[in-house]
Design a protein around this ligand. Structure first.
Ligand code: CA
Length: 229
């Protein structure tokens, strides 16, 4: 079954070009030219991935992303202007999976979408035993994380980052290794993205566990330090 992609973008020319390329790549494409309509379409049609312009009239892209995130863990790629570095970081913090800077090449956009959807596909058919640590229990198949009885709410990408670290517990992973394991070959941004995601995962885990579980190894990368049981 072909994946469904929802494009939320107020510029008609971008919608038109993106739709043409995505349909040619075999995707089913839905269009919305404003935030509220986009949120409504997402609720009704359950797309696999949303391409979300950050700069929308009315409800801006950040708020749209936050609303989408409240209801599902649909993949989100943000469209952003080159000057909006702080927006990109903020967008990743609230759970976008990737971003594309305007003006973008439609072929690059298609490549990014395929990379993200491939991550999900490669994650799902694996029969994967639950990882058990002193504080954390990670179920790769159901994509659930628990501290004791309490479920930790992670986005799809946050979960992948945690899983990459936890599978190599006790060993340091560099930012490049994490980028490679989680985002694969099709990521064109900087490894700053890794810091954002690890920071977010760490805050969510430690708020519940009450102890540090991911250690920063200065100048090198990150290490998952919960004890194996
Ligand atoms: Ca716009």
């Amino acid at each position: 079954m072909n994946a469904t992609i929802l494009i939320i973008e107020d510029e008609a020319s971008i919608r038109t070009v993106a739709r043409a390329y995505l349909e040619q790549a075999g995707f089913r494409v839905l269009l919305a030219d404003n935030g509220p309509e986009g949120v409504e379409l997402a609720r009704r049609e359950r797309p696999d991935l949303v391409i979300l312009d950050l700069n929308l009239p009315g409800m801006d892209g950040m708020e749209v992303a936050a609303r989408l995130r409240q209801e599902s863990d649909v993949f989100i790629i943000m469209l952003t202007a080159r000057s909006e570095e702080s927006d990109r970081v903020a967008g990743l913090r609230i759970g976008a999976d990737d971003y594309v800077i305007k003006p973008f090449s439609p072929r690059e956009l298609v490549a990014r979408i395929e990379a993200i959807l491939r991550r999900r596909r490669s994650a799902s058919p694996m029969i994967d035993a639950t990882l058990r640590f002193a504080h954390l229990r990670i179920d790769p198949e159901r994509r659930e994380v628990h501290v004791g009885d309490q479920a930790i709410d992670l986005t799809a990408t946050e979960f992948d980052v945690l899983l990459a670290l936890a599978r190599r517990h006790g060993r340091v992973l560099s930012r490049e290794q994490i980028l490679d394991l989680v985002w694969g070959d099709n990521f064109y941004g900087t490894d700053r993205v890794v810091d954002v995601y690890v920071g977010q995962v760490r805050r969510k885990l430690e708020a519940v566990a009450g102890v540090p579980l991911i250690q920063t190894v200065r100048g090198v990368g990150y290490k998952f330090i919960d004890a194996v049981v």
